[in-house]
Design a protein around this ligand. Structure first.
Ligand code: HMG
Ligand code: MG
Length: 298
């Protein structure tokens, strides 16, 4: 059986743009975010406050947050790795932060320059201060299925990291298939592990579609009671520190499938396709989204 409603968390302006070689002007980013805000989305991850040398594509993070027109009812989130990131989030008054760590040592080290054991106290302190400042904390578990350096991830490690992140105060976990290798069977296995101790309403799935399995994995997660999914307008995305990673589930592809199944999202497919077209025109090459390409072929 399927849920009646699904929440979509748009990550295009962050995950989508962080790995783009072509530098997108701040004004284009903010216009895009403003359009995304008008499409019925309630959650948009708009940038990240990480070190600009590590992710040059988002070096204008503060300007982006300060320049957008905020729509009432939309939660604007920024990704942060530590307290310095949280300070920027507080200064720019974002509604929510998202912290992140990996379920595998090597990816964590390559991504944030620390071991898993060193990262947890940093995130704990960041989360505690965020909560004190009334900023809700979401947490990503990266490489939850596969690590580009270590291979297949042990689901027991995913469970352990997930529980730690809930324990430090995250209200929701986003379980990341960082390089897009998972199959529905692995999703079932990992979720079976997680759902033993964690309620479904504290879990979201963050699929990358590198091998075309993102929607199949979504369907499996829906069957298992998950009702929150991350996706990226146009199907942009990828972690610069995970070789082989490509775009997230395209938001408009996800919308098409869900709406055809009678599941409500509150998000307009038509507007999302327009938003994808807008960014495709700026990037200057076809984006991975199937719904966008189908629309252009009409
Ligand atoms: P580091 O070099 O170890 O940092 O980098 P440090 O703590 O040693 O400090 C060094 C310098 O960086 C200092 O400046 C700090 O102030 C500064 P200095 O004193 O030398 O002038 N610094 C910062 N500057 C700006 N913003 C900050 C910040 N923190 C310290 N927040 C660090 C550690 C975490 C900063 C670095 O490794 C980093 O920025 N990593 C980010 C990597 C990243 O963004 N990856 C992509 C996002 S994760 C992802 O895509 C996966 C996800 O989508 C889910 C999935 O798909 O699985 C979420
Ligand atoms: Mg990602």
């Amino acid at each position: 059986s399927w849920p009646i409603n699904v929440t979509i968390k748009e990550v295009g302006p962050r995950d989508g743009l962080q790995n783009e070689k072509k530098l997108i002007p701040t004004k284009v980013k903010t216009d895009w975010i403003n359009q995304l805000s008008q499409s019925g989305l309630r959650h948009i991850e708009i940038t990240s406050f990480v070190h600009p040398k590590w992710v040059p594509a988002l070096a204008d993070a503060k300007d982006v947050v300060k320049s957008i027109q905020r729509k009432e009812g939309v939660v604007y989130t920024a990704l942060v790795p530590n307290q310095k990131g949280l300070e920027a989030a507080i200064e720019t008054n974002v509604d929510e932060i998202a912290v992140f760590m990996s379920a595998t040592e090597t990816h964590n080290k390559k991504n944030v320059n620390k071991s898993i054991d060193e990262t947890l106290p940093v995130l704990r302190q960041t989360a505690e201060e965020a909560v004190k400042a009334n900023i809700p904390v979401r947490a990503y578990v990266s490489t939850a299925f596969f690590c580009p350096y270590e291979g297949r991830t042990n689901s027991e490690n995913v469970r352990r990291i997930s529980e730690s992140l809930l324990e430090i105060g995250a209200y929701e976990l986003s379980i990341g298939d960082t390089v897009g290798t998972a199959s529905p069977m692995q999703v079932e296995d990992t979720l079976n592990h997680l759902l033993k101790g964690i309620p479904a309403n504290k879990l979201a799935m963050h699929f990358h579609d590198t091998r075309g399995t993102a929607l199949s994995n979504t369907l499996k997660a829906l069957e298992m009671g998950i009702q929150t999914f991350d996706s990226s307008c146009g199907g942009l995305g990828g972690c610069p520190y995970a070789p082989g990673a490509s775009g997230n589930t395209a938001t408009e592809d996800l919308l098409y499938m869900l709406h055809q199944m009678g599941i409500k999202t509150g998000v307009s497919e038509e507007k999302m396709v327009e938003n994808a077209m807008f960014m495709e025109n700026h990037i200057g090459k076809p984006l991975p989204s199937k719904a966008l390409q189908a629309h252009k072929g009409k």
